[in-house]
Design a protein. Structure first.
Length: 74
């Protein structure tokens, strides 16, 4: 069986954090079709990647988390 995505999701999310500095669930879904970003963030944290989450509100008042890479701790 062929895989459509040759790069594992964890690598895609980590590369995004390295290049952009942060990511939200909506961004992960739109860019990488990742439906379990909190789980991938937890996996990265277990591997020792320093990531913090910041709760924000959008224009409609909906709360969301933005996950940020702490580059000083790398």
């Amino acid at each position: 069986m062929k895989t459509l995505n040759k790069k594992p999701m964890l690598d895609l999310i980590f590369d995004h954090l390295l290049n952009k500095g942060s990511i939200t669930n909506v961004e992960a879904q739109a860019l990488y079709r990742c439906r379990a970003l909190p789980r991938r963030i937890a996996d990265l944290k277990e591997l020792g990647v320093p990531i913090s989450s910041v709760l924000k509100k959008d224009a409609t008042g909906q709360r969301y988390a933005r996950y940020e890479l702490n580059t000083e701790e790398l």
